[in-house]
Design a binder for this molecule. Structure first.
Ligand SMILES: [Zn+2]
Length: 347
């Protein structure tokens, strides 16, 4: 027998934001929750939805279509919550987008387009485009300012088995990369952690490891007067006028007191492990996107005060960066101007 006095009246309370992948799948299965979440994490709409075309605040919501209608007369007067984000023009539902963002930001080594294809039931090609757009959202917005204190600078050579490469590409790589045939150069600049802040990295694909390439990157990212630690290759781009430049000679030793690049070495091994394990083949052309992805996860392990970041918080950082970033399939494949294939209509 049911004790009727224990039955509570039915009320629909807004569920709290998800904390795990399982909660995220359940939460974002409800379109209302997707809208609620995206509106709450879209800073420029904090004081109300604004028409992206004419900046008018005089917009009405069409509940049946989950779209807004601008009261001014102009093209594109109807728009959805996807407008102006990496999801614009995508026919894939918010439920799948948000779960894909969750998986991509929180899995240790990233997820492959095949995994997204199988998990979410979209085509692999579609998943590939989707993941690259999520990587764009994961790109550092550099709002943290320049790096300072003790900074490790080192380059790493990634990928490229030359024998698997087409002859014309091999020739192109030889011209651009010099002595390391078929390898892509990634420059890493890492600020060591201190008691008051966690370590953070800026990593970027560069055409070569010459001084003319490396010096402007270091200038742009490192505060003058900082201590720079590099290996003997740093002799090629010394900038003693701006920095205290310490060099450890790897042929002799890997560490001289605090002069080493071990923290950065650790990042390189994470990057290479992810590339080898999750992504079978990465074109040099796309490598920077995988570097951005890895740097995002590295930089979002802890809050500025050292507190460990939760999956939910890391996810929200990425969602807040989806606005104002676009990457079309044509841009991604370098086929700008060609007719777009109908991959976005899947589901
Ligand atoms: Zn308008």
């Amino acid at each position: 027998m049911l004790d009727s006095s224990r039955l509570l009246p039915y009320t629909r309370t807004m569920p709290t934001e998800p904390r795990t992948l399982q909660e995220a799948i359940l939460y974002f299965a409800d379109p209302e929750n997707c809208m609620h979440y995206l509106l709450a994490h879209r800073p420029e709409w904090k004081n109300g939805v604004v028409c992206p075309t004419c900046d008018s605040k005089d917009v009405g919501f069409i509940a049946s279509r989950r779209m807004w209608q601008c009261k001014n007369r102009h093209p594109k007067s109807q728009f959805s919550v996807k407008v102006g984000t990496i999801m614009e023009d995508s026919a894939i539902g918010l439920d799948k987008w948000l779960v894909a963002i969750w998986m991509q930001t929180n899995s240790r080594n990233g997820v492959s387009s095949w995994e997204i294809h199988r998990s979410l039931g979209i085509t692999q090609k579609c998943a590939w485009h989707m993941l690259h757009r999520i990587r764009l959202a994961m790109q550092d917005d550099l709002s943290g300012g320049t790096l300072s204190g003790e900074v490790e600078v080192d380059e790493s050579y990634i990928g490229g088995k030359a024998r698997n490469m087409h002859r014309s590409r091999k020739r192109r790589m030889q011209i651009t990369c010099g002595r390391k045939v078929g390898k892509t150069v990634v420059l890493g600049i890492l600020e060591r952690e201190t008691e008051s802040k966690p370590k953070r990295i800026r990593a970027t694909v560069v055409p070569d490891a010459q001084k003319l390439t490396i010096a402007p990157e270091v200038y742009a990212h490192v505060e003058p007067g900082s201590q720079i630690h590099s290996d003997e290759h740093g002799n090629n781009w010394r900038m003693d006028d701006r920095y205290i430049h310490n060099i450890v000679n790897h042929l002799e030793t890997y560490v001289q007191g605090n002069v080493h690049t071990n923290t950065l070495e650790n990042f390189w091994s994470l990057l290479k492990r992810g590339l080898a394990g999750t992504y079978v083949a990465v074109e040099p052309f796309h490598l920077f996107r995988y570097v951005d992805e890895r740097a995002f996860r590295y930089n979002n392990r802890r809050h500025a005060d050292g507190e460990v970041m939760t999956d939910s918080e890391r996810f929200s950082v990425a969602v807040e960066q989806i606005v104002g970033r676009r990457l079309t399939y044509a841009e991604l494949t370098g086929k700008v101007g060609e007719k777009r294939e109908g991959t976005e209509t899947v589901n």
